[in-house]
Design a protein around this ligand. Structure first.
Ligand code: BTN
Length: 331
């Protein structure tokens, strides 16, 4: 469904969590009560849950903290704000990764361009999956950065990014979150976030990289109906509200800081922390690659970011990320 300006006005009003009568909304929009009610009801299609009480009106089931560029940047430390070359805050886009890849192919973007969106209509996950991206409820953010080094050196980037996300959550008081190789962020085994790194070649050699991060922040059941795996959001895991703008700002700082050092330092400074956040360490796992299944015990990551799999015969196999997925042995 396309969000019109009228939908956006309604969202901004209802984000407060206050009740509004249909007549009030109709007056504000300059339309009939019936049309106002139809606009309101159609918000359910983009994942909002409505709560109507006779005599009071209708409100959203939850208060929504909408994103605001100034607020986001205010949560980036002053000494790191220079890393944010440009912040594009979009209301609705197909995908923040797609947006930056497209802009970058038209005219190369400088390092540190960031794109945040309230909603993605074609959010992309790993292995061609869809990333469910309702309006105002989660974080969808992408970063562009160019590297002179060869593509092999970039294989650890999504792992370094996972560590940066975990550091941010820890700094904001969340605990118990874990990483699942290569790039899932889990809380009690449920998916809290994910990272999608997309690489674009450059004519002068080197590569541009778009790093996209999705974090479930405060997702309604209504919006999550198409998610095919156990999931959780930050507000449920944390039991309180961190603030979407704050979470976005802290993520931007940590990820840009990591990207700025990656060319020189690579994955090395992040390997130990990745292994500390590893949620599958010493667990029996299956590696699925097309129709092939390899089983073993997960032993963390190697210095290059491969998964170390200990096989039944005692040998170790290093698994490259690529097109593989990891499952618990009994799943
Ligand atoms: C995964 O499958 O775990 C990776 C999910 C990555 C989702 C983020 S949301 C921001 C950026 N834009 C996209 O379309 N995908 C990434």
């Amino acid at each position: 469904m396309d969000l019109t300006d009228k939908h956006k006005i309604l969202i901004k009003k209802l984000a407060s969590g206050h009740f509004f009568s249909t007549q009030q909304l109709a007056d504000d929009l300059g339309i009939s009560r019936t049309s106002a009610w139809n606009y309101l009801k159609s918000l359910e299609q983009v994942g909002f849950e409505l709560h109507a009480v006779s005599g009071k009106g209708t409100r959203f089931n939850q208060v929504i903290e909408l994103l605001d560029s100034e607020q986001v940047v205010s949560h980036v430390s002053p000494e790191k704000q220079h890393l944010v070359t440009k912040l594009d805050l979009l209301e609705v886009c197909p995908s923040t990764n797609h947006h930056l890849l497209q802009q970058n192919s038209l005219k190369p973007l400088p390092n540190g361009v960031v794109c945040l969106a309230e909603m993605q209509t074609m959010g992309r996950g790993r292995l061609g999956k869809t990333w469910v991206s309702p309006y105002g409820q989660n974080i969808y953010v992408s970063f562009v950065w160019s590297f002179k080094s060869g593509i092999a050196a970039l294989s650890g980037l999504s792992l370094a990014c996972g560590v940066a996300v975990c550091r941010v959550l820890e700094e904001l008081g969340v605990s118990g979150h874990r990483l699942k190789w290569p790039n899932d962020i889990l809380w009690q085994g449920k998916k809290l976030g994910g990272i999608l790194v997309e690489i674009q070649g450059e004519s002068q050699g080197g590569y541009s990289v778009v790093v996209g991060i999705g974090i479930n922040y405060q997702m309604s059941q209504q919006a999550s109906m198409d998610i095919d795996q156990p999931w959780i959001d930050v507000c449920t895991a944390f039991g309180g509200s961190i603030g979407r703008n704050k979470l976005a700002g802290r993520l931007i700082e940590q990820v840009l800081d990591m990207l700025g050092r990656y060319e020189e330092e690579g994955l090395a400074p992040h390997v130990d922390q990745w292994n500390e956040f590893d949620g599958y360490k010493d667990k029996s796992v299956k590696i699925l690659s097309g129709k092939n299944v390899t089983t073993g015990v997960a032993k963390g990551i190697s210095p290059n970011g491969e998964l170390i799999l200990q096989k039944a015969d005692g040998t170790q196999q290093l698994i490259m990320s690529g097109e593989v997925s990891l499952r618990l042995g009994d799943a």
